[in-house]
Write a protein that binds this ligand. Structure first.
Ligand code: FEO
Length: 168
């Protein structure tokens, strides 16, 4: 059974959200590289790559279900921030918005009785819980570090040790 037109449109939008998140994380990485926080930059590069993988999962799924991929345009991301904390807060907000749009997709698929899409989306729902938690933990640590440069450098080193949460 092919995917419905409304789900096709919503999945195409989701592909746009994931690429937009990838673009935004790349821009965050460039901010950190400019101010020599290499660990935070590595974290953002890794996250940018994960978002591209997410986009491609939707892309492949849509094709597998007989849909047409219509890539939406992506807005230019923000590139200026005032602190590492501000970047991670923007990251959390972005993740929360992505979670909302996945819940919306899930509801749409469920209302349409498209159980293949419901099943496909479960991985993303779990992934969002993990991503929001990882970013939220870093925000807590940065708040504790406040303006202490040594504590922030330690967190930068800690960020460089983050491994991909991606599991195929
Ligand atoms: Fe693919 Fe972080 O949402």
């Amino acid at each position: 059974m092919d995917v419905s037109e409304s789900l096709e449109a919503a999945i195409n939008q989701q592909i746009g959200h994931e690429f937009s998140a990838s673009h935004s994380y790349l821009s965050m990485a460039s901010y950190f590289e400019r101010i020599a926080y290499d660990g935070f930059a590595a974290w953002m590069h890794l996250q940018s790559g994960e978002e591209r993988v997410h986009a491609m999962k939707f892309y492949n799924y849509l094709l597998d279900r007989g849909g047409v991929v219509k890539l939406p345009s992506i807005e230019a991301p923000r590139y200026e921030y005032n602190s590492p904390l501000e970047v991670f807060e923007a990251s959390l907000q972005q993740e929360q918005e992505v979670s909302k749009s996945i819940y919306h997709l899930y509801k749409l698929a469920s209302d349409e009785g498209d159980y293949a899409t419901v099943s496909f989306l479960k991985w993303f729902i779990d992934e969002q819980v993990e991503e929001e938690k990882t970013v939220g933990d870093m925000i807590d640590k940065l708040k504790r570090a406040q303006d202490n440069p040594e504590a922030i450098l330690l967190l930068d080193r800690f960020a460089s040790e983050r491994k991909s949460g991606e599991e195929e």
